[in-house]
Design a protein around this ligand. Structure first.
Ligand code: ZN
Length: 154
């Protein structure tokens, strides 16, 4: 029988080799860049929001398998959710990466199970930054979107 570790590795490798939603969205409402100097991961994130719904999330850039797999999983997890729900999911993911085995909040949000594979990274604290890079970049995108909206409205 495969160990959980091996299963996690396979899931991460699958997302790395067959990334979901990889590419550019030239007309995206928001494009943000993320950089993880510890590893050299570079990420560009494209986000389209329709009303309050995250319509599309795509990413490009280059980096290690963890950062790329995490970005691929994130795009799958966030598309189609409301902004509020997407933010909850981001914080639930971060909680899982910070606290041992805390997947309850992700499950409550019906997040894809693939995300749990990134838990294995917690044993390598430096790599946690790789896994968090796409998520932190998404948070910046949402902040940018909100600040633009408040400018339009004021
Ligand atoms: Zn990395």
């Amino acid at each position: 029988m495969e160990s959980l570790d091996e299963l996690y590795k396979e899931v991460i490798l699958d997302h790395y080799q067959n990334p979901r939603n990889r590419g550019q969205l030239p007309d995206a409402q928001i494009a943000t860049r993320g950089y993880n100097p510890l590893c050299g991961d570079e990420l560009e994130l494209f986000v389209d929001v329709n009303g309050e719904v995250v319509d599309a999330v795509m990413f490009s850039g280059r980096g290690c398998s963890i950062s790329q797999a995490s970005a691929s999983m994130m795009t799958e997890s966030l598309q189609g959710r409301s902004l509020a729900e997407a933010e909850k999911l981001v914080s639930a993911f971060k909680a899982m990466m910070m606290a041992e085995g805390d997947t309850g909040r992700l499950e409550a949000l019906e997040a894809p199970e693939d995300l749990e594979a990134l838990q294995g990274v917690k044993r390598y604290p430096v790599r946690v930054k790789c896994a968090l890079l796409p998520w932190n970049t998404f948070v910046e995108a949402v902040e940018l979107l909100r600040s633009r909206k408040s400018k339009v409205e004021s």
